[in-house]
Design a protein. Sequence first.
Length: 161
Amino acid sequence: MSASPDDAAWIKPLGAIPSGLFVLTLRLQERETGLLVSWVQQCGFDPPLVSLALGQGRYPARWLAAGAAATLNQLSDEDSALLKHFARGFGEDEPAFAGLTLRRRPDLAPVLEGALGYLDLAAQPPHVLGDHALFVCRVVDGGLLKPGKPWLHTRRSGLSY
């Protein structure tokens, strides 16, 4: 959907919908990556579920759809170094974790030791909607790594990150 000047009334309120800031880490066989995500929401209690949206055509969405192990690392409002590290993005064969302290676990995605907490996820097949794929994921494990407040995020516009 492209916006015209007549649509301006909804653009700012859409961008003002708050979300957290997270780093989604993925492991597909021997390959690993991580990316900054913000469109994450709890969407079920029993079983515990979260939804997350990833841009279509981006390799992390392909990995998750192919069954990659996934861990959602929640950033605290003091995690500017992690935010800066992942904000630029990484190519499919680029090392995403250089210089970071990780908790590596066999057959699971890495946990960022500097994060507020983490959730291990089991993703269902995606719902392809517009320019993003929506994944509903069951929470299978997780933990709090340090005390703190989650990083809350809003956007200037509902039309871009």
